[in-house]
Write a new protein. Structure first.
Length: 220
């Protein structure tokens, strides 16, 4: 049975359109040009951070995050950046009695923002900076399993990426859900792994309560 649901952050709960737009602005690059290069890098199976180096060789993302903060332009997201299905889905899953968590590759600052948004809605909020391990490192999912009070096979991990989310979560023994939105899921959706790896393929998080209910009832 699935007893817990743990969500990725970017392009799962949070629409990152605005944030990546601000990075294009920071680099002095037209937003549509940045977006086109972003998609090309993902389609080539490269690390998304290489996008920045295409425009500024030697770019250090952590250093530049701090530089933005130093001039009053830090990374930021708020309620308006959440996908519209997030609040209804969390409420329905909670009503169904499921343990809920949020865990993704995020900075300490982003973790603070998440706690401000979701502290009353979930049982756990963890970030890669908190844990010293980033997806797809298997250690990240070891940390997830260590803090969720259920066995890995009872923890559904929900994400938008085959490479960072599904592949390592399945290797850790967890069922998974792939949500089709954002650049990664859109590009990867028809690949063999995107079809075969996830327990569920969804267009909206609000599909999860019914799918989990059927799964737990043995309707596969």
């Amino acid at each position: 049975m699935i007893r817990a649901v743990v969500f990725d952050v970017g392009e799962c709960l949070v629409d990152e359109t605005r944030e990546y737009g601000t990075w294009a602005d920071w680099l002095g690059v037209p937003r549509h040009t940045f977006a086109a290069m972003f998609g090309a890098v993902i389609a080539q199976g490269r690390d998304y951070r290489e996008v920045f180096e295409e425009f500024r060789p030697g770019f250090d993302l952590y250093e530049q995050r701090q530089a933005r903060a130093d001039v009053g332009r830090p990374e930021h997201f708020d309620e308006s950046d959440l996908y519209s299905d997030v609040r209804p889905a969390l409420a329905a899953l909670r009503e169904a009695g499921l343990w809920l968590g949020i865990a993704g590759n995020q900075t300490v600052r982003a973790g603070g923002i998440l706690r401000g948004l979701f502290a009353e809605d979930v049982d756990l909020i963890g970030t890669s900076d908190d844990w010293g391990a980033s997806k797809p490192d298997p250690e990240f999912f070891v940390r997830v399993a260590a803090v969720v009070p259920f066995a890995p096979e009872e923890i559904l991990y929900v994400g938008d990426r085959v490479d960072n989310d599904l592949r390592p979560a399945v290797a850790a023994g967890m069922p998974t859900a792939l949500v089709r939105r954002g650049p990664w899921a859109t590009i990867q959706w028809r690949t063999e792994e995107a079809v075969e790896l996830p327990t569920f393929r969804i267009d909206s998080l609000t599909e999860l309560p019914q799918l989990i209910g059927k799964f737990n009832a043995g309707e596969r």
